[in-house]
Structure formats: structure tokens, C-alpha cells
Design a protein around this ligand. Sequence first.
Ligand SMILES: CC(C)(COP(=O)(O)OP(=O)(O)OC[C@H]1O[C@@H](n2cnc3c(N)ncnc32)[C@H](O)[C@@H]1OP(=O)(O)O)[C@@H](O)C(=O)NCCC(=O)NCCS
Length: 100
Amino acid sequence: MCRRWYLGAFDDRRLVGCVLGTHDTRKGWINRLAVEPDYRRRGIATRLIRACERALRRAGIRVFAALIDPANRPSEAFFASLGYDALPMAYMRRKDREAL
Ligand SMILES: CC(C)(COP(=O)(O)OP(=O)(O)OC[C@H]1O[C@@H](n2cnc3c(N)ncnc32)[C@H](O)[C@@H]1OP(=O)(O)O)[C@@H](O)C(=O)NCCC(=O)NCCS
């Protein structure tokens, strides 16, 4: 069974960071990670990812992955800081409609 976890970081009641974790029964996927610009470099994304990994581990997942645009160097540096390896992969996609 596939599951998903929406996790948020809050400053009082204000949402300042979020991540969506999913898995396909074998691999855990980290999606939609973002932290408000004024709140960056305070360890918020690190805590979001670690919480996401813990939730995935509880579901039996031991491999964690994220897709990163090659132009997004901050995100690559961020994931590298958490011990993620960059692997050479091709991202393939097909759209039913160009507008999607
Ligand atoms: C990438 C992002 C989520 C990082 O969030 P963050 O809360 O600032 O990250 P952290 O504070 O936990 O950073 C942990 C470490 O990652 C690395 N890192 C984070 N941002 C970095 C940057 N802009 N440049 C270089 N290294 C960076 C650093 O090693 C940092 O540790 P340090 O601050 O002690 O040097 C945030 O910049 C963001 O929301 N970017 C826009 C959305 C995005 O690109 N999401 C990812 C899509 S795959």
C-alpha cells in the first residue's frame, strides 16, 4: 500500500516549511520541500526531512530519494549536507497535454 505524509513547520500558527513524503513500497520519495525565504538556514528543512525519513522508516522504507532540478544548486547542497548521494539519472516524462 502506498502512503503519504504531509509535514509542516510552524512559527506559532504560520506555516513556514513543508514537505510531502511518499513511497512506492520500495523507495521513499521526498517531494515539495520548501521553507519560507526568511526562515532558511535555521535547520528547518533538515528537521522536516529527518521527520519524513522517520515516518518512512516506520513504514519499512530504507531508501530515500528526491528529484532535483540540476539548476537548483542550493537544494543539491542541502541534500548533500544530509548525506544524500547525487546519481546520474535521466528524468523521463510524457504529457497528455502540453498545458499540464
Ligand atoms: C532547499 C531548502 C528547502 C533548504 O531549507 P533550509 O531550511 O534553509 O535548510 P537547512 O537550514 O536545514 O540547511 C541545512 C544545510 O543544507 C545546506 N544548505 C541549505 N541551503 C543552502 C544554500 N542555499 N546553499 C548552500 N548550502 C545550503 C547547508 O549545508 C546547511 O547547513 P548550514 O546552514 O549549517 O550551512 C530551501 O532553500 C528552499 O525552500 N528552497 C526553495 C525550494 C526548493 O528548492 N526546494 C527543494 C526542491 S528539490
